[in-house]
Design a protein around this ligand. Structure first.
Ligand code: AMP
Ligand code: MG
Length: 399
């Protein structure tokens, strides 16, 4: 059995970011930047007023100034402001030559051609200097960052109307099992509805991948082999569910062995010991996930998601890890690192982990609503309530 960190390392060392493509800015939200983007010019380019008011000389002590002209945002004043003079200026207007401060309109009275200043400004007051927001050449977004709303704004401000992003991973999903029927069918005695295919499709999409192919196949060697061939025509990553344990109808492990190079087939991990990872000669990643619904989702979370994020160009692929206090005693697995599903809450100044209930690997309700995975080291001693345990937070946070 391979330890969890070695299994993860074996996956990530065989995973590299996919090629770059260009998308229009309006489609960039949620994509991953492939190259850093820098400001093409200073912003603002010229000194500009941050208020509506009057541009004046701060060294001038006269309260009354003759108003020469008006500058609105986007228009340049071709006037020189001298002693005893002012130019009316609107927010965003470029400061005219000679002026070095702006008095807010609220601090003035304007009658005819003359404005009276109720207070004298100090130098640079209410002026945004060139380069205050961005300096030409300054990096506004880095490769590997997910583009959020503020990045979209920054990309627009620096003129990046076409954005270099990493291509989304193409994922194929194959659910196996004679007992598995479609969600719209009524399962005959002994059968179960296919929840894995749909949960794994959703998980892949949530990790930024595109699902390009998905099927269910009965436990038939020739059928599964042909489905795997079909999937590999179109995908970067094939995720299968079921058929990797030791039963006589568990056909996926030998099939993955014939299809590519298997790097591990048993992980010291709970739930999901039989997780199998292989690569094809063309570099496609193959993940054989166990069939129990919770096992397949937890192995996806711990092993497949980081691989999809890395393929998708993310630089940070692991969930944030914190310490959370358990409220009930826990019995560790004697041999395997165990991931238990919890709801983590902030209580009295610390993170507290509440179990989602029975941790059976068939019980999907134990993962629904979970926002954390306790990482419980193997051992023989019961961990008392109050123990602080490393916990993966199932959120997108750069801690
Ligand atoms: P397996 O790993 O193929 O032995 O499957 C173990 C158990 O997981 C099966 O007995 C089913 O109860 C369940 N299972 C397998 N595939 C699915 C699926 N696609 N959706 C829901 N449950 C499944
Ligand atoms: Mg099966």
């Amino acid at each position: 059995m391979v330890p969890v960190p070695d299994a993860l390392a074996a996956i990530l060392e065989r995973t590299t970011a996919l090629p770059t493509e260009s998308v229009p800015l309006v489609e960039a939200l949620g994509r991953v930047l492939a190259r850093e983007v820098a400001a093409d010019a200073d912003l603002p380019g010229l000194p500009r007023s941050s208020v509506d008011g009057y541009a004046v000389r701060s060294a001038d002590s006269a309260p009354d100034r003759r108003v020469l002209a008006e500058v609105t945002a986007g228009r340049l004043a071709h006037t020189q402001v001298g002693s005893g003079e002012a130019v009316a200026i609107m927010t965003g207007g470029t400061i005219p030559q000679g002026a070095d401060a702006v008095v807010m309109v609220e601090d003035t009275d304007h009658a005819g051609e003359v404005v009276r200043l109720h207070r004298l400004p100090h130098a640079a007051e209410n002026i945004h200097p060139p380069g205050m927001d961005l300096v030409r050449g300054q990096v506004v977004a880095r490769a590997g960052e997910r583009i959020g709303p503020s990045e979209v704004g920054l990309l627009a401000s620096v003129g990046a109307s076409e954005v270099p992003v990493v291509r989304r991973p193409r994922v194929a999903i194959l659910a196996t099992g004679d007992e598995v029927v479609e969600p719209w069918e009524t399962p005959p005695p002994g059968a179960v509805r296919d929840s894995n295919r749909y949960a794994l499709m959703a998980s892949a999409q949530a990790a930024g991948a595109t699902v390009v192919w998905h099927r269910h196949g009965r436990d038939d060697e020739a059928l599964l082999a042909s489905l795997v061939r079909e999937a590999l025509e179109v995908c970067d990553v094939l995720i299968t569910s079921g058929g990797v344990s030791m039963g006589t109808r568990d056909l996926m492990k030998p099939l993955l062995e014939r299809t590519g190079t298997v790097h591990f087939g048993r992980v010291s991990f709970k739930p999901g010991k039989p997780l199998t990872f292989a690569t094809t000669a063309a570099g496609q990643l193959l993940f054989g996930l166990p069939g129990f619904p919770v096992s397949s989702l937890v192995t996806f979370e711990v092993f497949v998601r980081p691989a999809l994020l890395k393929l998708g160009g993310h630089h940070r692929v692991l969930r944030p890890r914190v310490q959370a206090r358990i409220v009930q005693p826990l019995r560790p697995d004697p041999l395997r690192l165990e991931y238990q599903r919890v709801r983590v809450r902030w209580e009295d100044g610390e993170l507290v982990a509440h179990s989602t209930g029975l941790q059976a690997s068939s019980r999907l309700l134990s993962i629904a609503g979970a926002n954390g995975l306790l990482e419980i080291e193997p051992g023989t001693v019961v961990l008392p309530a109050g123990t602080r345990i490393p916990t993966l937070l199932l959120v997108d946070l750069d801690l």
